[in-house]
Design a protein around this ligand. Structure first.
Ligand SMILES: [Zn+2]
Length: 103
């Protein structure tokens, strides 16, 4: 513990009552991971991490969920990937042109 935060400024941005919110989120989830598997069933792992559903500074309970470390890692990795993609290729979202032969 403690070491995993090195190189991150995230902890400093958390609200002062974070531990309380974290407990609330955990209790709300019954201590279990809230992620949904591909087949629509809920993850069976015991949750360990309080995650922001939408990455950022919204610490409202509605934006928090309880995840197992596996799902949290997976989500964090995906967010990092998306953040990189958005900054590197700004023109990636070019609208598709209509086929001139249609209609
Ligand atoms: Zn999980």
């Amino acid at each position: 513990m403690g070491e995993q935060w090195s190189g991150s400024t995230r902890k400093q941005r958390l609200p002062r009552d974070w531990d309380e919110r974290r407990d609330t989120v955990r209790d709300r989830a019954g201590g279990r991971c809230q992620a949904t598997m591909r087949d629509g069933t809920r993850c069976v792992e015991v949750g360990t991490d309080c995650d922001h559903i939408v990455h950022g500074d919204n610490h409202a309970l509605s934006n928090l969920q309880w995840l197992c470390s596996w799902h949290h890692d997976k989500k964090t990795a995906r967010e990092a990937l998306e953040a990189r993609r958005f900054t590197r290729v700004p023109s990636a979202r070019k609208p598709r042109e209509k086929h001139p032969g249609l209609r």
